[in-house]
Design a binder for this molecule. Structure first.
Ligand SMILES: [Zn+2]
Length: 155
């Protein structure tokens, strides 16, 4: 299926150790790749996403940054889309997509996510629910009946 570029033999798909230079630093990690008996290793296109995330997470762990799993876990715990999560943090949705695909976040951004996590944990579920579904600019279009607001999810 996959032929070695070095020697022409068939390559085997398996978990193996890679060393990758990222942000001026070598990180070593294990992920699924293609390995040849001659020692040549590479990654198939279908393995690239996992490779990038595993590599980024190895770097992040070394530098005490949140991993892709942690960032994703936080977003999922809020049951938010990437766009909603981006709005909560005040960043572009593309930034969220990059982090989740293994682009390493800046330290300042990492701090922003952690501070937001802390803030969110201190808030009530109702406040969070409001933040997610209510666009307060739309309130003027709602019926207000004796202190009762008709809550309409923002489009
Ligand atoms: Zn080979």
């Amino acid at each position: 299926m996959f032929t070695c570029w070095e020697c022409g033999r068939q390559m085997e798909e398996k978990n193996t150790e890679f060393t990758h230079k990222t942000k001026g630093e070598s990180v070593t990690f294990k992920t699924k790749g293609l390995v040849c008996k001659c020692g040549y290793k590479t990654v198939a296109r279908s393995q690239m996403n996992t490779y990038n995330i595993t590599m980024a997470d190895a770097y992040r762990k070394k530098h005490n940054l949140l991993t892709t799993k942690e960032i994703l876990g936080f977003r999922h715990s809020l049951d938010m889309s990437q766009q909603q999560f981006a709005d909560l943090l005040g960043v572009h949705v593309q930034t969220i997509k990059r982090w989740e695909h293994g682009v390493i976040q800046e330290k300042a951004m990492d701090k922003l996510v952690r501070l937001t996590m802390k803030e969110v944990r201190e808030k009530s579920d109702f406040d969070l629910w409001n933040e997610k579904y209510l666009d307060f600019r739309e309130l003027s279009h709602c019926n207000v009946l004796e202190g009762y607001y008709a809550i309409i999810p923002a489009a």
